[in-house]
Design a protein around this ligand. Structure first.
Ligand SMILES: NC(=O)C1=CN([C@@H]2O[C@H](COP(=O)(O)OP(=O)(O)OC[C@H]3O[C@@H](n4cnc5c(N)ncnc54)[C@H](OP(=O)(O)O)[C@@H]3O)[C@@H](O)[C@H]2O)C=CC1
Ligand SMILES: N[C@@H](CC(=O)OP(=O)(O)O)C(=O)O
Length: 349
């Protein structure tokens, strides 16, 4: 299938370009960005920050405006657009009949738009049928969650299914790549921790509850557990780490029962053979000093969810660490996996 990338010059857009090299189903046809970039060769428009060589055929592509009329012949688009413009542009593409698979936050809480992590809520893609962006239904939007909500929800899903969740307290340790490029000023982050990320904390609870909700007909039945989140920026490059403490409805008797919840959990996409799905979704680290972003974020091509420090908690019931690559599992890689699921389920192609 021929794909377009909106926001192709940005940090997430570049990750899409890198990850789509050699993809067995998807081929990059068109690259879009702002009017500052449109009309230039990609090599002139983008400041390439990936640590691989920029492919020749991408270097020489002319960047387009993010105008649906310029994307004729493209089967669907990935969006890594800045959220200040993603709302209008993604809507225009959906209205023009393009499926849009977005990283941006704008449509995540729209009740007709799936907020999708294939291993958690693949059934939510049915919501696409309730969308009315295009008259014939050919244009629609699917979003992937915030790069904290992805590892958090993946870490919670087996616990939610086995024990139920009553409340969460968590602190994030978010890598600098999450802030895009040039991102956080070096004088703020080198040898330092910044205890606040603007706009981050209010997204964590609502996105996690939407991901874990049950689809009843065309309605999502949202769980009600409260989430107390503190978002901090730390000087790691890739890999968002979260310290989670959970109050559960029916807590496990011991740590072994807690770990067994992950080992016994059935992954709903395990048999679909999606190219970007990690072979083993959960890596439960037994060493107390793991997981670590620098050592583990790239495992399984950046798509694995790392868990560690599983323990009974003195406050609430259980505590653990969750960690995943923020721009791969939490952004471009997650969006590619979403597209693969949508192909397999007959929504794309
Ligand atoms: N970084 C991360 O870890 C994550 C990011 N996201 C989300 O993904 C999106 C992109 O993030 P990131 O790549 O870091 O951001 P960047 O700022 O690096 O990139 C933004 C992109 O949007 C384009 N753009 C900006 N203004 C316009 C416009 N008026 N019209 C068309 N295109 C425009 C830019 O083009 P140009 O170069 O021409 O200005 C660029 O391609 C955001 O919504 C972000 O919240 C989601 C999850 C994780
Ligand atoms: N805010 C996140 C990245 C991000 O862009 O999030 P969102 O997709 O929810 O806007 C971070 O700083 O690490």
């Amino acid at each position: 299938m021929k794909v377009g990338i909106l926001g192709a010059t940005g940090a997430v857009g570049q990750k899409f370009i890198r990850l789509l090299q050699g993809h067995p189903w998807f081929e990059i046809e068109a690259l879009g960005a702002s009017e500052r970039s449109a009309g230039k060769k990609y090599k002139q428009a983008a400041n390439w920050i990936e640590d691989v060589v920029l492919p020749d055929y991408i270097k020489e592509k002319t960047v387009k405006n993010c105008d649906p009329a310029e994307f004729e012949g493209v089967d669907f688009v990935f969006s890594g657009l800045d959220s200040s413009v993603a709302g209008e542009i993604e809507k225009a593409f959906a209205e023009a009949g393009f499926p849009v698979i977005s990283n941006a936050k704008n449509y995540r809480q729209d009740p007709t738009v799936p907020l999708l992590v294939p291993e958690i809520n693949p059934d939510h893609i049915e919501l696409i049928k309730t969308q009315s962006f295009s008259k014939d239904g050919s244009g629609w939007i699917v979003t992937n969650p915030n790069c904290v909500a992805v590892p958090l929800s993946l870490s919670l899903k087996p616990l939610y299914d086995a024990f139920g969740i009553e409340a969460l307290i968590l602190t994030t340790m978010q890598a600098v790549s999450g802030a895009g490029y040039p991102g956080v000023a070096s004088l703020d982050i080198l040898g330092n921790v910044v205890p606040y990320i603007s706009g981050e904390e209010p997204k964590v609870g609502p996105e996690t509850r939407k991901l874990l909700s049950a689809l009843n007909g065309t309605d999502l039945e949202l769980p009600e557990f409260p989430v107390q989140a503190t978002a901090t920026r730390v000087p790691s490059i890739n890999g968002h780490m979260i310290s989670v403490t959970a109050k559960l409805e029916n807590p496990p008797a011991d740590v072994e029962e807690l770990k067994a919840a992950y080992q016994n959990w059935k992954n709903p996409i395990a048999d679909l053979e999606l190219p970007f799905a990690p072979k083993s979704l959960y890596k439960l680290h037994e060493e107390e000093k793991y997981p670590q972003p620098r050592l583990h974020a790239d495992w399984e091509n950046g798509m694995q969810l790392h868990l560690g420090r599983m323990r009974k908690a003195e406050v609430f019931d259980v505590s653990f660490i969750a960690m995943a690559h923020n721009t791969i599992r939490g952004a471009a890689g997650g969006a590619i996996l979403n597209a693969e699921l949508l192909v397999k389920k007959g929504f794309l192609g």
